[in-house]
Design a protein around this ligand. Structure first.
Ligand code: URA
Length: 208
């Protein structure tokens, strides 16, 4: 029977983003909700043309409750604009909706989510896709790409290649494209080249 309320892990059976967001706020589908400040759900128009999915909220996103509002988000915004995307056609989310971190003194250091945490959060991504019905799904970084295509997906080999979504997501978007995560660009020794490569992937996504 379809669920109408979150039972702690499963999204309710609805395409209403406001209801999904409310239900996700109480998600206990993995242990990450215990240390995180809040669930960071997707943001953007309810019928966006493109859904951009990152790995997980960072420190600032966790505090503010919105995706991509920190340094990686600023780089992403610039790269998207340079690739010709208009802000109003985009929605942004993460494949894991709680910040995973370790504390080092006063600092909270990002920790990569485990496969089990990614899998636990996947129904929320599927629910968002059902609600938003974007033409394109833009996957930022290996964790996001592997959430959709499985752990054998390699960003280094498959980035910038528009492809059909896997069967399970068929009908929920037309095309998916992966690129390097903006945080990786910020850490790259040659940041300008890394940034230009991401812009090229985003252009391929726009045209794909
Ligand atoms: N990195 C992500 O993957 N998502 C965010 O929202 C912020 C940083």
């Amino acid at each position: 029977m379809p669920t109408t309320r979150a039972d702690g892990a499963a999204p309710p059976d609805t395409a209403d983003l406001t209801r999904l967001r409310r239900a996700a706020a109480d998600c206990t589908g993995c242990g990450l909700h215990r240390a995180a400040t809040q669930t960071v759900f997707g943001e953007g128009p309810c019928r966006a043309e493109i859904l951009v999915a990152g790995e997980q909220p960072g420190d600032q996103e966790d505090r503010r409750g919105k995706p991509f509002v920190g340094p990686a988000g600023r780089l992403l915004d610039e790269a998207l604009a340079e690739a010709g995307f208009q802000r109003e056609v985009l929605s942004a989310t993460n494949v894991v909706k709680h910040f995973k971190f370790t504390e080092r003194g006063k600092r909270r250091i990002h920790e990569k989510p485990s496969r089990a945490e990614v899998v636990a959060c996947r129904p929320w991504l599927v629910a968002e896709l059902r609600a938003v019905r974007p033409r394109s799904l833009l996957l930022l970084g290996a964790t996001a790409a592997q959430s959709v295509y499985g752990p054998s997906f390699r960003i280094t080999r498959q980035r910038g290649e528009p492809s059909a979504p896997p069967d399970e997501l068929a009908g929920l978007c037309t095309v998916a494209v992966a690129t390097v995560h903006p945080s990786a660009v910020l850490r790259a020794p040659d940041r300008e080249t890394a940034r230009a490569e991401v812009v090229a992937d985003l252009r391929a996504a726009r045209e794909g």
